[in-house]
Design a protein around this ligand. Structure first.
Ligand code: BTN
Length: 252
């Protein structure tokens, strides 16, 4: 059975029935000076947030919505790599919890068969004093409404049976602490990129990079140690490193 271990991190777990957003909850605690390694879990979010200002809806009892408060000693330009660390932890944690063939859609969506299972939102305080990594996982969601039906999935839908949310939570967090330590030892993804690449759905696939400075098409080769996606351009054959903050990638 999966058990949540603190692996020497001394992490503390806080739970509540309802909160606006676990990311906002963790940020409020961060501003109060709570030390790093705290995890905020809620049954329901009334104002869950997705990336690019979108809303993230979670029905009670069917998802795992949680946020980690960390105080890593890292320069601001390395913080976004933590999102990739969490993506890997979620993919491997879910794989261990229920045996499904999870993959990562760069930079950090966890997918199964092309459909999204987890979303991750990383936020930092202006002085990089603390970082909050929020993750939402669709565990026992029986169906998705409207357009989401074609793009989202849950563990229940994939397996045809419900899955323990405690086990999923424990496995994601246990992998996260393991990968976080490897990441912090070097401050880059050199110790993790091999594993990341193995489960990278985009690898070898055609992608379209939507960049304000000029969009282009190419083939995704993998990531570098900074977590940038390496794309071999179709037009000139050159390989470009694409930074997650600036572009969006289409085509898996
Ligand atoms: C995305 O894919 O757009 C990111 C979704 C992130 C959702 C999680 S749920 C827990 C945490 N709290 C929030 O308000 N958002 C994140």
């Amino acid at each position: 059975r999966s058990r949540l271990t603190d692996e020497g991190t001394g992490c503390r777990l806080f739970y509540c029935e309802e909160v606006d957003s676990t990311n906002d909850w963790a940020k409020r605690e961060g501003r109060k000076g709570v030390s790093g390694g705290a995890i905020y879990l809620a049954e329901r979010q009334t104002a869950g947030k997705g990336r690019r200002g979108r809303a993230w809806n979670t029905a009670a009892g069917t998802s795992v919505s949680m946020s980690l408060l960390l105080r890593p000693d890292l320069p601001a330009d390395r913080i976004s790599m933590l999102t990739l660390v969490m993506g890997m932890a979620a993919a491997d944690g879910i794989r261990r919890a229920c045996g499904l063939d999870t993959q990562i859609k760069w930079p950090n969506d966890v997918i199964i068969g092309g459909k999204k299972l987890c979303g991750i939102l990383t936020e930092m305080s202006s002085g990089t004093d603390y970082v909050v990594i929020g993750i939402g996982t669709n565990v026992n969601v029986p169906a998705f409404p409207g357009e989401l039906a074609g793009t989202a999935t849950s563990l229940l839908l994939e397996l045809g049976r419900s899955v323990s949310r405690e086990v999923v939570t424990a496995e994601i967090l246990n992998f996260f602490w393991k990968y976080y330590k490897i990441f912090m030892d070097t401050g880059d993804l050199s110790g993790l990129s091999r594993r990341y690449q193995e489960i990278l759905a985009n690898r070898g696939r055609s992608v379209r990079v939507l960049d304000p400075a000029g969009s282009f098409c190419g083939t995704a080769l993998g990531i570098n140690d900074r977590g940038e996606l390496l794309v071999k351009r179709k037009d000139n054959g050159e390989t470009e490193a694409v930074y997650a903050g600036e572009v969006s990638v289409r085509g898996i």
